[in-house]
Ligand binder design. Structure first.
Ligand code: ATP
Ligand code: MG
Length: 450
């Protein structure tokens, strides 16, 4: 399956694709010198580091390369060519933790073990001034003996530099793990935002579903901003108490990690001996990560044909396939009616001017109606009458909008062509996340699973 020509930097034999993130792909690889299994994350340089956060990124990567913790994916080496950056990391053989949850909720002891490991990892990095900012299922992995390993610590600054306003994004386009202050676009404290995400993880582990769910995306955002959730009756009362302190919408009154660690539920259970093991491992290594540069690109690594690889199914795909986790329900009926939806961090006026600009260019008449509805209409009869497109803007939070684009009249093919070839690409600079992408992803994985 693997050809011998797939050797990276004369040192790593590349294997299968483990997954794909927003900024690049992660491959399994083996060191040809030590035979050790590793995971290599490959990122295009031009996709990151555009917005002058280079110093912060370098600082965090260098901190992470020295900080070793049993529950954090170790960064062994960073390599770079003219166009790519390669992060050589510890390989987490057990895959994503949430693949376990997709099979059913976990019992209290198991959830407790994972939550403790997660909080310890997060606390350790905070103590070194590094905040994760993107704790989500894809970044919570397991090793071969079932220990939790957080990945991408220190790398989030890298990927966020390219996200509008440095705000978080989640892979499925729902803010399921994101703290309310981030949705509300307030400046935020990385430590408090990470605690919120840990709380969501704890809830999902024990419940088997997300705390903030609704048949309607707008309603879901509202619930997050008010922290409106209900613990199922099988949650131990101590967990409910702890969760109500973690999922506090006000970051100022939200519990700190130190206090989470002091809570009776966190401290309970068979943990004797762990402290010693952790502190032994927490010492920063003196050797640190190797940072090396090579002037030329390595064709073997870059010409890999991903189309022959099966698309990996991520935790969200699995979650959305399992009935108790049906994320597509978040998007309501309109989602199934093939409305294209995206969220935007731009003010409504900027969204409207962008739509006007597109309408002018496409020679469509634009009609602004009350309640944030814009009607874009063709001047001529199409195959099935005049093409008419509705773009509706909903305010989810100040400076955070959801825009729904759908055909209200005319030929579907004509509409899809204009949407995909003109409207979608032209909207690129105001779009935060396209909500339809997740639907497409889960449709693809469905065909793989069935
Ligand atoms: P983002 O682009 O927002 O970081 P992401 O975390 O999903 O999203 P990557 O970090 O590129 O993207 O990871 C892609 C996938 O590769 C993950 O979903 C995970 O399943 C897999 N993966 C990442 N790192 C490792 C690792 N060290 N060991 C095993 N699998 C990994
Ligand atoms: Mg990741």
């Amino acid at each position: 399956m693997e050809s011998k020509s797939n050797i990276l930097m004369q040192r790593y034999e590349l294997g299968r694709l483990l997954g794909q993130g927003t900024f690049g792909k992660v491959y399994y690889a083996r060191s040809s010198i030590t035979n050790q299994s590793v995971a290599i994350k490959m990122i295009d340089k031009d996709k990151v580091m555009r917005t002058g956060q280079a110093d912060q990124i370098k600082r965090e990567i260098s901190v992470m390369s020295r900080a070793k913790h049993p529950n954090i994916i170790e960064l062994f080496e960073v390599m770079a060519t003219r166009t790519k950056i390669y992060f050589v990391m510890e390989y987490a053989k057990g895959g994503e933790l949430f693949n376990k949850v997709a099979k059913g909720k976990l019992n209290e002891d198991v959830a407790h073990k994972y939550f403790k490991q997660l909080v310890n990892a997060v606390d350790f990095c905070h103590s070194r001034g590094v905040y994760h900012r993107d704790i989500k299922p894809e970044n919570i992995l397991l090793d071969e003996i079932g220990n939790l390993k957080v990945s991408d610590f220190g790398l989030s600054a890298l990927t966020q530099s390219n996200r509008q306003d440095g705000l978080l994004h989640t892979s499925c386009g729902t803010p399921a793990y994101v703290a309310p202050e981030i949705i509300k676009r307030k400046g935020y404290d990385g430590a408090k935002a990470d605690i919120w995400s840990c709380g969501i993880v704890l809830f999902v582990l024990l419940a088997g579903y997300l705390p903030f769910r609704d048949s309607n995306l707008i309603e879901m955002y509202r619930k997050i901003s008010k922290a409106e959730f209900k613990c199922p009756n099988w949650f131990p009362p101590e967990v409910c108490r702890l969760l109500s302190k973690i999922l506090d919408p006000n970051p100022e009154t939200r519990i700190s990690i130190a206090r989470v660690k002091e809570s009776s539920w966190f401290k309970k259970g068979p943990n004797a001996g762990r402290k010693k093991h952790e502190s032994e491992n927490n010492n920063a290594s003196s050797s640190g990560t190797n940072i090396s540069y090579q002037s030329d690109d390595v064709p073997a690594a870059e010409t890999r044909e991903e189309s022959v690889m099966p698309k990996s199914i991520n935790a969200f795909d699995i979650i959305s396939l399992s009935s108790s986790f049906d994320l597509s329900k978040f998007f309501g009926d309109g989602f199934r009616k093939r409305a294209a939806r995206f969220t935007s961090r731009q003010p409504a006026s900027a969204i409207i001017s962008k739509l006007e600009e597109i309408a002018n260019r496409l020679r469509l008449k634009i009609n602004k109606k009350a309640g944030g509805l814009l009607k874009l209409e063709g001047l001529n009869e199409g195959r099935k009458g005049v093409l008419s497109i509705d773009a509706e803007i909903f305010e989810l939070a100040p400076l955070f909008h959801l825009v729904e684009v759908k055909k209200s009249n005319g030929d579907t093919l004509e509409y899809q062509k204009i949407l995909n070839e003109d409207i979608r690409p032209s909207l690129q600079d105001i779009v935060w996340v396209w909500q339809t992408d997740q639907q497409q992803q889960s449709q693809q994985s469905e065909t793989i699973v069935v």
